[in-house]
Write a protein that binds this ligand. Structure first.
Ligand code: DP6
Length: 323
């Protein structure tokens, strides 16, 4: 038996599109910040006739169990083992936030399962394994700022995440502004596949991506929040623009999403440093200085239609828990 905790992460420079679906290799790199606030706690216990999965104490659907079971087959292959397992997974996110994340989920599963089956993977190998479950999960292996390389090898062994050192005094926080409740309609895998197959803007998204990676890394090294924020907004807007031009067009924004984006720009006009990013859902994440977090959260939570704001700080690497 093994138990692991992995924190979720938010991409500042996005991953959107795959160069190989079977191995889940991304078409682009990405750069993220792991968060302290949201995490998944997963226990894997070997034994039983079949794989069984409970999510937050409730038996998972057949489809969810089948996906996790296929994933465990990868781990069993690596370990040369055949036992089935019981998987208990708990998501620690604000209730009804619709933020349950495949990033923390598959990272915690990769770590707990690899350990339960007797594998002792180094962080890089763990990142490669987590990526097979979900691209964003590869980044949750590490704390703080993380870069994910798209790699060039067909076998994906050079497609892993690695940590980026945070320079002293670069003290940031990320606000999660909830803009809806319930599940999103189009998941990220389906959304990115449709964009890749049908959007004339997808090639431009891929071609301009490396420049954003370089700009974001340089901004972190220089402790330049304005440069990092501007690159982050450019990346998310390009990702969403490419999805908007898919056939049929795809957008994740709700009216309140746009209201929050407007409010962030208005804050900047007032001289408050704040920048937005959105993933495959309606919520807005806002990057700002740590000391400004509570004040900006207060202000954004007054926008009609928002459903609460969480103030997150950089979070730790994934870890095994005793017992
Ligand atoms: C918009 O990692 O959920 O959040 O690899 O298909 O499981 P799969 O996709 P996933 O996609 C994340 C997309 C994103 C941007 C990002 O996190 O980089």
């Amino acid at each position: 038996m093994a138990r692991a905790i992995a924190h979720t992460n938010i991409a500042l420079v996005k991953y959107w599109g795959k160069r190989d679906a079977a191995l889940n290799l991304p078409a682009t790199g990405s750069l993220s910040l792991t968060l302290d606030g949201f995490y998944t706690d997963t226990t894997v216990t070997l034994g039983g006739e079949t794989d069984r999965l409970t999510l937050d104490g409730t038996a998972a659907s057949d489809a969810e169990t089948a996906r996790v079971s296929r994933y465990l087959d990868l781990v069993r292959d690596l370990a040369g083992r055949t036992e089935r397992a019981q998987i208990e997974s708990e998501n620690h996110v604000p209730t009804a936030a619709g933020l349950a994340s495949s990033a923390s989920g598959f990272c915690a599963l990769a770590l707990a399962a690899s350990s339960a089956y007797g594998l002792d993977l180094d962080p890089r190998a763990l990142s490669v394994l987590a990526r097979r479950g979900s691209g964003s999960a590869a980044r949750s292996v590490f704390g703080g700022f993380v870069r994910m390389d798209k790699g060039v090898r067909d076998d994906g062994e050079d497609c892993a995440a690695s940590p980026i050192a945070t320079p002293a005094g670069f003290d940031l926080c990320l606000l999660v502004v909830r803009c809806a409740t319930g599940r999103k309609k189009v998941g990220s895998t389906v959304g990115m596949n449709s964009t890749e197959q049908t959007s004339p803007y997808f090639p431009a998204w891929v071609e301009t991506h490396d420049a954003d990676m370089r700009a974001a890394e340089a901004a972190i090294a220089a402790r330049d929040l304005d440069a990092l924020g501007a690159t982050m907004e450019h990346s998310t807007l390009k990702m969403h623009a490419s999805a908007l031009a898919a056939q049929p067009g795809l957008w994740y924004f709700r009216p309140v999403t746009l209201a929050v984006m407007d409010a962030v720009r208005a804050l900047r006009e007032e001289g408050v440093t704040a920048y937005f990013t959105m993933d495959a859902g309606p919520h807005v994440k806002v990057l700002c200085r740590a000391e400004d977090g509570e004040g900006i959260a207060d202000r954004l939570s007054q926008i009609e239609g928002t459903r609460g704001v969480s103030v997150c700080r950089p979070g730790p690497a994934a870890r095994l828990v005793d017992g």
